[in-house]
Design a protein. Structure first.
Length: 153
């Protein structure tokens, strides 16, 4: 099975049921095979305590999304701005096992975030986290979602 990132982005943008989309189009195709080799990376903005307004937190997320222009053919991600606390968190699918060449070297904003890999195995806990963050609507981890952005183009 071959994973088509552009097709997935289109389907994600139109999806009402993200867990169903992931079950049918993502886990086996992107994460189940060896080609082309994808990995999942969770990010958390390191300076949330210094963020003074909701608008500032939203701008951090928007800026990050805008600055992924150079690598959009090799990444997909969702960024959340959460209240209270003005946290900015995300989950990114990156072509390859190491995001250095694919994402980090092409988007300087990545240095403002702490990164950790999910998986690589698609165990139930990993699937639950992917579905929770990518599927978040009103809340995520007990916080209110003030903004959600997905890189669907």
């Amino acid at each position: 099975m071959t994973f088509d990132l552009a097709e997935f982005k289109t389907k994600f943008a139109a999806a009402d049921d993200v867990p169903a989309l992931l079950a049918s189009d993502f886990y086996d195709k992107a994460m189940g095979g060896n080609e082309p080799g994808w990995s999942l990376w969770r990010c958390t903005y390191d300076y949330a305590d210094d963020t003074e307004t909701l608008d500032a937190a939203k701008e951090i997320s928007a800026s990050f999304m805008k600055n992924t222009e150079a690598c959009r053919s090799d990444v997909f991600g969702v960024m959340l701005v959460l209240e209270p606390g003005l946290d900015v968190e995300g989950l990114w699918l990156v072509k390859g096992e190491d995001p250095e060449e694919t994402l980090f070297s092409k988007c300087g904003d990545t240095s403002w975030f702490s990164w950790s890999q999910l998986g690589p195995a698609m165990l139930d806990g990993v699937k639950k986290e992917v579905e929770a963050l990518w599927g978040a609507k009103d809340s995520y981890n007990g916080k209110t979602v003030a903004q959600k952005q997905a890189l669907t183009k």
